[in-house]
Design a protein. Structure first.
Length: 263
């Protein structure tokens, strides 16, 4: 057990460094900082007196950029996490080590989580400081709920699927194409899922309940009013279903790896 824990920790460090040495994650984090900063400046200068709920409205604007990024862009930028090892020959090197498939997959997923969550922590702190400086206040409970529940859930669910779903692909290009196709299909089939909840809405990888609740239910779009048809219960249900999907995909990838190794 101790050896497996050490191997997982080593995989996390390796994957963490790999993502931060690349450009994609850094570009996305910087883009989120710029977009949140620009919207905060524009909203703070939109009138001589601060309109009611302006801080909450900026939380909605910040979540709009963060939520969409985590739903659509994050799975794409992490989709090559496993295929690139096979394409570059790293997978064959790792196969010579006493490392199980489960340890390898878990280390890859947790490494992505560590890299992305660190970047989001920076975005969260800077956004909070900007809100405090420009608006003079921060609704701490709503602010933390948006970032620590909404954003973290999207990272775990969509980031994990982005790593595991294309794990069987032989190269990075096919991995990216597969994830893009799944996201486009999920969005196309969402229908009215962004307006009201139905059973298939909770299984949708785009996570409409989470996106819409934190956009309109908690943050509010007009004067901080809660106008979302989704509730906090819908958010937790979507998270629970998403975790079940993530576990199912992970087990499928593990089983496929064992089968492929036996051939």
């Amino acid at each position: 057990m101790q050896l497996k824990l050490l191997q997982i920790a080593a995989m996390i460090r390796y994957e963490f460094r790999l993502h931060w040495r690349g450009r994609a994650l850094l570009v996305i984090i910087l883009a989120l900082l710029v977009m949140n900063g620009v919207t905060a400046l524009v909203m703070s200068q939109s009138g001589d007196s601060m309109p009611a709920g302006l801080v909450i409205n900026h939380s909605a604007m910040a979540w709009a950029t963060v939520g969409v990024t985590l739903a659509f862009l994050l799975p794409i930028i992490v989709s090559d996490t496993i295929p690139k090892d096979r394409q570059l020959g790293v997978r064959e090197l790792l196969d010579t080590l006493p490392m199980t498939r489960a340890v390898y997959l878990l280390g890859k997923v947790l490494g992505v989580y560590a890299a992305v969550l660190l970047g989001l922590l920076v975005v969260m702190l800077i956004t909070g400081v900007l809100d405090l400086l420009l608006f003079g206040e921060v609704n701490l409970s709503r602010f933390l709920e948006i970032w620590l529940i909404g954003a973290m859930a999207m990272v775990i669910l969509n980031g994990g699927l982005g790593v595991l779903l294309p794990a069987s692909q032989p190269n990075r290009r096919r991995a990216v194409v597969l994830v893009i196709a799944v996201l486009i299909l999920s969005f196309a089939l969402s229908g009215t899922g962004f307006e009201s909840g139905s059973i298939d809405t909770y299984f949708n990888p785009v996570r409409p309940p989470i996106i819409m609740y934190y956009l309109t239910g908690v943050a509010g779009t007009f004067g901080g009013a809660a106008v979302s048809q989704f509730t906090r219960g819908d958010v937790w249900l979507s998270i629970g279903v998403g975790l079940a999907e993530l576990i199912a995909v992970g087990l499928a990838v593990w089983g496929w790896s064992r089968w492929r190794e036996a051939q």
